[in-house]
Design a protein around this ligand. Structure first.
Ligand code: HEM
Length: 295
């Protein structure tokens, strides 16, 4: 992560260069959305001109989580098929001509004398893209939104920038980008006096757990210095988020660039904010802001 940080900083600053003179930006479209896609696409070794297609696929697949609640999920399946075909193509190119990127490294990797199959590499690429993009976009957007809604906390952060890390953790708790995760019970399980039979699909409410008054004092308060902050925004246990360190660096770099360069940051209008597609994700689709460029 330390080695990646300067490149992430450069990307964030390039994105801000494009809007700085105008004194306004849509925080999501102009910074929070492109940043994680560019970072992961560069890590994987995806050509820059294909980035927009990625974002589209990743959005469709995330939104298709709604298929569990009755939506047909057809768009998600189509996006998944297109993305897999695209990766098979890149994999063939990297097999013929390895580059200094993650796809080439995955193709070269061996475990117990066995290489990963093409299907394994496709599914790993797919997982990294889908798991890491919209989640990180929403973390950055949710952090700025929460600070704008709590001007006293924003002022506190400005006067003590060392609180940035705890402010990011508090955003993860207060506005968890992933609100739900699914599990299937292996055995009968008892929870809150109820028995959940073995083999049941369980929807665990991460966002709700992160406001649990038995765990957090004053849970509905956004407190950028909250410590300890045992939130489960990145999950818990065996499947704890693989990308948590990357997401934290991206959020830190993006927020530092915003605060260093955009003065007097404020909402551009009072329009009702619209959530992104997909019931399990929490964020805003657009966040138009005005600012005064700092010298
Ligand atoms: C703020 C940003 C992020 C949030 C809130 C988030 C949240 C989560 C959560 C809740 C899980 C647990 C899933 C479960 O328990 O079944 C998870 C797993 C995972 N995340 Fe993230 N994530 C974020 C960013 C990223 C990034 C940047 C990447 C990769 C580049 C990533 C890759 C993964 C992977 C691969 C898993 C599966 C781990 C496993 O099953 O062993 N995530 N994430």
């Amino acid at each position: 992560m330390a080695a990646l940080e300067p490149r992430i900083e450069a990307i964030a600053n390039e994105l801000l260069d494009q809007v700085e003179a105008s004194g306004q930006l849509d925080l999501i479209q102009d910074l929070a959305y492109p940043l994680p896609v560019i970072v992961i696409a560069e890590m994987l070794g995806i050509p820059a001109q294909d980035r927009d297609r990625f974002k589209h696929w990743s959005d469709e697949i995330t939104a298709s989580a709604d298929s569990l609640l009755g939506d047909s999920g057809a768009h998600g399946q189509q996006a998944q098929a297109e993305m897999a075909a695209y990766f098979r193509d890149i994999i063939a190119q990297r097999r013929a001509q390895p580059q200094d990127d993650l796809i080439s490294a995955l193709l070269a990797a061996e475990l117990n004398d066995e290489k990963l199959s093409e299907a394994d590499v496709v599914s790993l690429c797919w997982l990294l893209l889908v798991a890491g993009n919209e989640t990180t976009t929403n973390l950055i957007g949710n952090a700025v939104l929460s600070l704008l809604e709590h001007p006293e906390e924003f002022a506190r952060l400005r006067s003590n920038p060392a609180l940035l890390n705890t402010a990011i953790e508090e955003t993860l708790r207060y506005r968890s980008p992933v609100q739900f995760m699914f599990r299937v019970t292996k055995v009968d399980a008892e929870l809150g006096g109820q028995t959940i039979p073995a083999g049941s699909m369980v929807m665990a409410g991460i966002g709700s757990a992160n406001r649990d008054e038995a765990k957090f004092s004053d849970p509905d308060r956004f407190d950028i210095a909250r410590d300890p902050n045992p939130h489960i925004a990145f999950g818990h246990g065996n499947h704890f988020c693989l990308g948590a360190p990357l997401a934290r660096v991206e959020a830190r770099v993006a927020l530092t660039a915003i605060f260093d360069r955009l003065g007097d940051l404020r909402r551009a209008n009072d329009d009702q904010l619209v959530p992104p597609k997909g019931f399990a994700v929490h964020g805003v689709k657009h966040l138009p802001l005005l600012f005064t460029p700092k010298p």
